[in-house]
Design a protein around this ligand. Structure first.
Ligand SMILES: Cc1cc2nc3c(=O)[nH]c(=O)nc-3n(C[C@H](O)[C@H](O)[C@H](O)COP(=O)(O)OP(=O)(O)OC[C@H]3O[C@@H](n4cnc5c(N)ncnc54)[C@H](O)[C@@H]3O)c2cc1C
Length: 403
């Protein structure tokens, strides 16, 4: 069976040949057009900064992800005035999740969320950034160049087209917001940041399986999860009834199964689900997921989203962390753009620790439990037997921002 895929044509290409843009000094350059970068660009442009987003891929593009906006993420988008934009996506409203594994199963209600493909969501958010006034430049990889002079008033960034058209160039920005995802590839040439990858980290796998209406055990509105001692996977219906699947697995399991698809099938059968039918889909993988950066600020650089560190996808919060980062970072960014660099760096350091790092603790604890067979068995059995405990954890994860 072949997975049906939506029609895709690049939507931002008219900005890719902005010849004069390169000679200007930008107030704010955002590297990466995922949820963190798009949100940062929306707020930066709205605050009056001349903002450019540089994105390596051409959009729309797929991304390994469970495709679930949890209640908190949903709220951050609504608070940013994007309610009608999000409603227009026609995603599936999420109101429950079910988990099977370790010999038990349970189903619980969820505060309202939304399931929508990353290709549609990310493109729509980047279009919202464009509407807010940001210039979007896709199909271009950015690399922040080393800057030995700590007094300099801007950073220089090398831009290289990823396709066959266009020439490499350099641009300057008063502040650079780095939102380029796991491993912050655009920062590696600076030598200013160190990424600590957890040696036991899982890696991500995922695919969009098209309409797949015969898989009736994945109902609309429900996140269906399979948990095992070597990883876990989630299946969800997104817009048009399409099926999105994603998982976090040990590299050893992936190696022994031989392919992401076979690994996902293993997770399902191990947890007690039926196998998926053979669907000819494009499976993708990610680098190691659990990682931390040694600092989230540098000279005129602010790091947000997965680039600033990630834990695991079990609690489905990555996009909420990315949006919160993108929304909050603009205060520090405008301080740096007006040359108040020390205050800008201090502000983002503090906000990131409070708004994101602290919130990653729940996920870290749950991820630890799932790795340990006895503890995981006990946790899943307790969750099944005592709904109130599960509800408390779920509500904590989905609570709206009070800050
Ligand atoms: C298996 C799995 C399941 C998940 N499920 C969920 C879920 O259900 N819900 C949820 O909220 N989160 C989930 N997440 C987490 C979520 O996908 C991430 O946290 C989120 O995508 C982070 O957004 P970001 O903008 O920081 O990074 P990304 O989404 O990775 O975006 C980074 C962007 O930067 C671009 N880029 C990279 N290098 C460069 C460069 N040099 N120059 C220019 N551009 C560059 C990339 O092309 C990309 O578009 C899941 C993750 C995994 C692995």
């Amino acid at each position: 069976m072949k997975a049906e895929q939506p029609n895709r044509t690049e939507v931002f290409s008219r900005h890719n040949c902005l010849a004069d843009a390169d000679s200007e000094i930008w107030d704010c350059l955002v590297i990466g057009g995922g949820p963190a970068g798009a949100m940062a660009a929306i707020h930066a442009a709205r605050s009056g900064m001349r903002t450019m987003v540089v994105e390596k891929q051409t959009f729309p593009r797929d991304k390994v992800c469970g495709a679930c906006l949890n209640h908190r993420a949903f709220q951050v988008l609504r608070n940013a005035g994007l309610a009608s934009t999000i409603d227009g996506l026609n995603g599936e409203t999420l109101n429950r999740f079910s988990l099977r594994g370790y010999g038990a199963s349970f189903e619980r209600q969820l505060p309202m969320g939304l399931a929508v493909s990353r290709s549609l969501l990310d493109q729509t958010l980047l279009q919202a950034a464009e509407k807010a006034g940001a210039i979007i430049r896709t199909g271009t990889a950015a690399k922040v160049l080393p800057e030995p002079n700590r007094q300099s008033h801007y950073r220089t960034i090398a831009l290289k087209p990823t396709g066959s058209n266009g020439t490499s160039t350099q641009i300057s920005a008063k502040v650079v917001i780095v939102a380029d995802g796991l491993g912050h590839p655009s920062l590696n040439a600076t030598g200013e940041f160190k990424d600590n990858v957890n040696q036991n980290s899982y890696i991500g796998i995922g695919a969009s399986l098209g309409c797949s209406s015969d898989i009736d055990w994945v109902p609309r509105g429900c996140i269906t999860m399979a948990a095992t001692e070597h990883g876990y996977g989630g299946l969800v219906r997104i817009e048009s009834g399409y099926l999105n699947v994603a998982g976090a697995v040990s590299p050893d399991l992936l190696k022994s199964c031989g392919s992401p698809q076979a690994t996902f099938q293993w997770l399902l059968t191990r947890a007690g689900f039926p196998m998926l039918p053979e669907i000819d889909a494009h499976w993708r993988g990610t680098p190691a997921l659990s990682r931390a950066i040694d600092r989230v600020v540098g000279h005129r650089i602010l790091v947000i989203g997965d680039a600033a560190g990630y834990v695991e996808p079990f609690t489905g919060e990555g996009m909420a962390w990315a949006f919160i980062g993108g929304q909050s970072v603009c205060q520090a960014a405008s301080m740096i753009a007006t040359d108040d660099c020390d205050l800008g760096c201090r502000t983002w350091n503090q906000q990131w620790a409070e708004l994101v790092k602290r919130r990653q603790q729940w996920c870290r604890r749950l991820a630890w439990l799932l790795r340990h067979r006895t503890a995981a068995r006990l946790t899943v059995s307790l969750a099944a037997a005592f709904p109130r405990i599960t509800d408390r954890v779920v509500n904590q994860i989905n609570a709206e921002l009070s800050a």
